[in-house]
Design a protein around this ligand. Structure first.
Ligand code: RRO
Length: 321
């Protein structure tokens, strides 16, 4: 871990470096089965974020669940999970063996459900922080929490008092004013925000024909991730950083240390790697090592002012990345 050392403080946690996984993009339990204890010796992330759990078990969306796009992919997974009891009994003991702090990601369809999840997960000493997913594009929650500052404020008023653990709110890019939603989260006691989740998207089934066009995805719509969304992530992180003082976990299409550096310059304290993990399960370690050699301070004073370009870019130059 020493060669990756670029320690960072986040919500009272001292992390070895700024690279974490995006929720649901790295199955640490399956990876341990595949790679054995080598995974623990060279764990790619400085904290591990679990896949989203819900109160009751869910099967997820009908297949097909994935579609590859020109520079990314669309998922329509629909939150399959064992539910709270299954997570606590089956997953938590295994995730607690990871050599890094555990952040458990939860989602509910009512304030009461989210409250029960936060309370139960918050009681477990194996859990260092809780991420509230108010931004899944693939299930109807009945609450438009993540897109609306007032709904999010109401949710946080209900659940913030239920735990002393750090609460991270995972924001959606599918809203008119992400900075307003982030400001509402901060005002109601969120310790951090993470963004961006996937952009709502769909793909037509190539076999469906022009007379009866239908979606390829069993769930109808999905969420776009990967390099295609990196520029959107950069802009939204910069907009949120200009509005809130709480730390930001920035993610969206990160595949290299330079990409991570960009999100940190836009205001992120930690950077999440998501879609790239499917291509390269060691991406987290590679990016953390690369960041170290780029010597990123990551301090807010190094943020770029996105309103005024500081460097004139010659559009004819090839992108060096
Ligand atoms: O499970 C999913 O379909 C899913 C979730 Br919970 C999420 O937050 N974001 C996403 O792209 N897919």
């Amino acid at each position: 871990m020493d060669d990756l050392a670029l320690p960072v403080s986040f919500c009272g946690l001292r992390l070895a470096h700024p690279i974490v996984n995006g929720s649901g993009t790295f199955d640490a339990i399956a990876a341990r089965r595949a790679f054995g204890d080598e995974l623990l010796d060279a764990f790619p992330f400085s904290a591990f974020v679990s896949k989203t759990i819900t109160l009751r078990p869910r099967d997820g969306n009908p297949p097909p669940r994935l579609w590859e796009t020109a520079a990314g992919m669309i998922n329509s997974i629909g939150l399959p999970n064992r539910g709270l009891d299954g997570y606590l009994e089956h997953d938590l003991p295994q995730l607690a063996q990871l050599p890094v702090p555990l952040i458990t990601n939860v989602m509910g369809s009512t304030e009461e459900e989210v409250g029960l999840l936060v309370e139960a997960v918050g009681e477990r000493e194996e859990v260092s922080a809780i991420e509230l997913n108010v931004s899944c594009p693939n299930v109807r929650t009945g609450l438009d929490i993540g897109a609306d500052p007032e709904s999010l404020a109401s949710l946080l008023r209900a659940v913030r008092p239920l735990t002393t653990k750090p609460l991270i709110v995972k924001l959606t890019p599918n809203t008119a004013d992400v900075a307003a939603v982030a400001a509402a989260a901060e005002a109601e006691g969120a310790d951090a925000v993470s963004l961006i989740n996937t952009l709502r998207a769909t793909a037509l089934d190539p076999a469906s024909g022009p007379d009866t066009p239908r979606s390829w995805l069993g769930g109808g719509t999905g969420g776009l991730s990967g390099p295609a969304i990196r520029a959107v992530a950069l802009a939204q992180i910069a907009a949120v950083a200009a509005r809130v003082a709480i730390p930001i976990v920035g993610m969206g299409g990160v595949g290299s240390a330079r990409h991570a550096q960009d999100l940190m310059l836009a205001g992120a304290t930690l950077v999440g790697v998501g879609t790239e993990n499917f291509r390269d399960p060691a991406a987290g370690s590679r990016i953390a090592a690369g960041l170290k050699s780029l010597q990123i301070a990551g301090s807010p004073s190094s943020r770029v002012n996105m309103d005024k370009p500081q460097v004139e870019v010659d559009v004819n130059l090839p992108d060096p990345r």
